[in-house]
Write a protein that binds this ligand. Structure first.
Ligand code: COA
Length: 254
């Protein structure tokens, strides 16, 4: 079974992260598959909505940490960069259905979704600093605006988790539903959007997103720092600790 499953259901393109044994951690190939799906949606007038979800008990545990380790050795450009470009410029409305953990880019990508439906089990975490990294996907710009400066600092500086109810209270998700009802609810929302006049929907999405500041500029700025941080000794210690299933030790860093 593919690690990203793309299914067209009427005028909705469903994109499923499907690597449940690794908590849907995103590899380079998975990012590429999602980028293709986004491009396909924007190129095909018959597709009116994209619906994003994760298989198993997790939305996605974010970027694959072993991929982070290999990138820090090879000095490669970010795998996530084309994904972030495609996500932030997607013209087709994007609905996300989130259950379980949404970690790192698993949370930051949701700031680019138009509607987010969360299951009670959803838990949003952006542990960038504890991995020796900095935020990405323009989250350093979008989160202070979305939830306020101090809350964004707790989420992004401390890496504090946000549960589904808190995310709803803070306006990060539209609705919280029972886990068993997540996909039915998200599909109903996607169907409502898909039934509306498509050009009016796309124009409205564009207008709403217009007021969010220089998102592409911030994505690029963050990625420069992110690439440097991937090669830092702090990040190397964090990644190795994850692989060795131990607590990282940052005491030697100044
Ligand atoms: N990258 C690579 N592998 C990952 C991963 C990731 N982001 N997230 C989970 N996995 C792997 C684990 O290494 C484990 O593999 P193994 O069975 O070969 O040992 C498997 O997925 C299951 O994960 P596990 O940690 O045992 O499950 P859990 O239910 O105890 O915890 C998470 C789930 C998502 C909370 C936890 O795996 C986690 O915190 N992952 C890292 C998230 C992260 O820091 N992402 C980067 C953000 S920038």
């Amino acid at each position: 079974m593919a690690e990203v499953v793309i299914t067209q259901s009427g005028s909705v393109l469903e994109v499923l992260f499907n690597r449940p044994e690794k908590k849907n951690a995103l590899t380079r190939a998975m990012y590429a598959a999602v980028v293709d799906a986004f491009h396909r949606a924007d190129a095909d007038a018959a597709i009116r909505v994209v619906l994003l979800s994760g298989a198993g008990d997790t939305f996605t545990s974010g970027n694959d940490i072993r991929d982070f380790q290999s990138r820090s050795v090879t000095n490669e450009a970010s795998h996530a960069s084309p994904f972030l470009d495609a996500l932030s410029s997607l013209a087709t409305p994007l609905v996300a259905a989130v259950n379980g953990a949404a970690i790192g880019v698993g949370t930051t990508m949701l700031a680019h979704a138009d509607l987010v439906i969360a299951a009670h089990s959803a838990r949003f975490v952006m542990p960038f600093t504890s991995l020796g990294l900095v935020p990405e996907a323009a989250s350093s710009l979008l989160f202070p605006r979305l939830v306020g400066h101090q809350r964004a600092s707790a989420l992004l500086l401390l890496g504090e988790p946000m549960d589904a109810e808190t995310a709803h209270e803070w306006g990060f998700v539209n609705q919280v539903v029972a886990d068993a009802e997540l996909m039915t609810t998200a599909r109903a929302v996607a169907a409502r959007l898909a039934a509306l006049p498509p050009e009016a929907v796309r124009l409205t999405k564009d207008l709403i997103k217009n007021g969010r500041g220089d998102v592409p500029g911030r994505i690029a700025q963050e990625l420069v720092l992110f690439g440097q941080r991937l090669r830092s000794p702090e990040a190397a210690e964090a990644f190795q600790a994850f692989v060795e299933k131990r607590k990282p030790d940052f005491s030697r860093f100044s």
